[in-house]
Ligand binder design. Structure first.
Ligand code: MN3
Length: 202
């Protein structure tokens, strides 16, 4: 069974008012994410060791192996983007009470969480991701990963939110201003209801 590009959970125009335009979503979902899925399927077709494996299993078995770096990069990016589309909503930015209390308990305040997340997103040199994870000790933490890596691969915890900081994610809307993109993402796009629901599944 080949991997497939999941449909967006909203229309390509749905996030425009919140700072992500139709063209960004069409290119990012329809071209960039599709390219990762197509490349991953090509690797699976050629390598019997990957056949019949779940996406998570392919990330795990290619993780840290130099000769499998292209497999890891594309599998990781497929996993990351599946989460990323669910991590945004047309009316994002509202933090529900249970998650708000946990953010305040683990970071000191919601503002301190946002500061830490922005620092990770801005501090990721080049392409990569910033994450809010539920770590093994039961605490919320912020992490960053380069390129196609993710908390699944690093073992840093269960990912609740992942913000794509590759330039293709923000260049049409914010040009080179990654800090403005990340601030807007946290305040207007992030689907904290989805993140809160993940707390119960971790
Ligand atoms: Mn991307």
């Amino acid at each position: 069974m080949a991997f497939e590009l999941p449909a967006l959970p909203y229309s390509t125009t749905a996030l425009a008012a919140a700072g992500m335009c139709q063209e960004t979503l069409e290119l990012h979902h329809g071209k960039h994410h599709q390219a990762y899925v197509t490349a991953l399927n090509g690797f699976v077709e050629k390598n019997p060791a990957l056949q019949g494996k779940s996406l998570e299993e392919i990330v795990a078995l290619s993780n840290g192996k130099a000769d499998m770096a292209p497999v890891f990069n594309n599998a990781g990016q497929h996993w990351n983007h599946i989460l990323f589309w669910q991590n945004m909503a047309p009316t994002g930015g509202k933090i529900p009470a249970k998650l708000e209390a946990k953010l305040a308990a683990d970071f000191g305040s919601v503002a301190a969480f946002k500061d830490a997340f922005k620092a990770a997103a801005i501090g990721q040199f080049g392409s990569g991701w910033a994450w809010l994870v539920l770590a093994g000790d039961g605490k919320l933490k912020v992490a960053k990963t380069p390129n196609g890596s993710n908390p699944l691969a690093t073992g840093e915890g269960h990912a609740l939110l992942g913000c794509d900081v590759w330039e293709h994610s923000y260049y049409l809307d914010f040009r080179n201003r990654r800090p403005d993109y990340v601030t807007n993402w946290l305040d207007k796009l992030a689907n904290y209801e989805f993140a809160e629901a993940q707390l119960g599944k971790a």
